[in-house]
Design a protein around this ligand. Structure first.
Ligand SMILES: [Zn+2]
Length: 297
């Protein structure tokens, strides 16, 4: 696991600004990670001979032309719906596509996370509330589709990061579908923290759990995104320890700790990944928060 993390840092160091910049300024041939940076730096050109002089040849010269291997293998050449929708949302290109944000969500689910598809969710593009900053998944009541809320800002970062955030929410969907005979009343913060840790480790590409889809785009994040994912995972690691420590030092410790153990052993991820990675989980000290944005669970 550690090797994979080192590899990711290594590639970023050597690729630097030329690694997987998916946005191309067609007038200067410069590449950018963020669509906003392309729009800002890329100027339309006026080309032409005597007949066409002064006519703007490309008034929206930024295009989504991926250099990320794990994205490129899912794109078709020419008229790709994901590319067109991305152009409309992130690069202000003209399009006839209605609701291009929903098209992007739909295309990403179908291509990167099958058998997931947009029909399984009530997709809302808008403000996100909950543990995650960029998107959230609210379980449904009585057979209705869960609501997948996606922040508009998520379309203005790298496509790799957007794909990874949607995958993180699919991990939450898998968690909602698991049945656990142990009621987490009394230790709900422990369960919530473990759920977030699982999804964040998947997003960082360092989770070994077999779930049918892998996190493949981590090498195509820009540096700030890689750092954000690493920091969030470190925070989740600490929050799990802290939540367990809170129970251990609380008045119902002798009753709740055995229940936590029972819950963990009945949860496939906690049983197969968390317990083996943290054999001392019952007694481990949490210590201080890893940074000032990481709050007590
Ligand atoms: Zn989450």
């Amino acid at each position: 696991m550690k090797n994979r993390y080192k590899l990711s840092a290594f590639v970023l160091f050597f690729c630097g600004a030329a690694c997987a910049q998916d946005y191309l300024c067609t007038t200067s041939n410069q590449r950018f990670y963020q669509p906003g940076a392309c729009l800002q730096a890329c100027r339309p050109t006026t080309e032409g001979n005597g007949l066409t002089r002064g006519v703007t040849m490309a008034d929206r010269p930024c295009v989504f032309k991926s250099k990320c291997a794990s994205i490129m293998k899912h794109l078709s050449t020419g008229g790709d719906m994901l590319v067109l929708a991305y152009g409309a949302v992130a690069l202000q290109r003209r399009t006839m596509i209605p609701q291009p944000e929903k098209i992007i969500v739909s295309q990403v689910l179908a291509r990167f996370f099958p058998p997931y598809n947009i029909r399984q969710f009530n997709v809302v593009i808008g403000e996100v509330n909950g543990a995650d900053q960029w998107a959230s998944l609210m379980p449904s009541r009585a057979g209705a589709a869960p609501t997948l809320t996606v922040s508009h800002d998520l379309f203005l970062v790298t496509p790799a990061f957007l794909i990874s955030v949607l995958g993180h929410e699919m991990v939450h969907d898998q968690q909602y579908k698991r049945k656990n005979p142990v009621n987490p009343n009394g230790f709900r913060p422990v369960v919530d923290a473990i759920r977030e840790l699982e999804a964040s480790k998947w997003q960082q590409g360092i989770d070994t759990f077999d779930r049918g889809f892998r996190s493949e785009t981590t090498l195509c994040f820009d540096q700030s995104e890689s750092q954000e994912v690493r920091q969030v995972t470190a925070c989740r690691e600490w929050q799990v320890k802290k939540a367990i420590e809170n129970v251990r030092s609380g008045p119902r410790s002798s009753q709740l700790l055995p229940l936590i153990e029972k819950w963990m052993k009945a949860d496939p991820w906690a049983q197969q990944v968390y317990i083996p990675e943290h054999p001392d989980w019952k007694t481990a000290r949490a210590g201080g928060s890893p940074d000032n944005v990481c709050t007590t669970p």
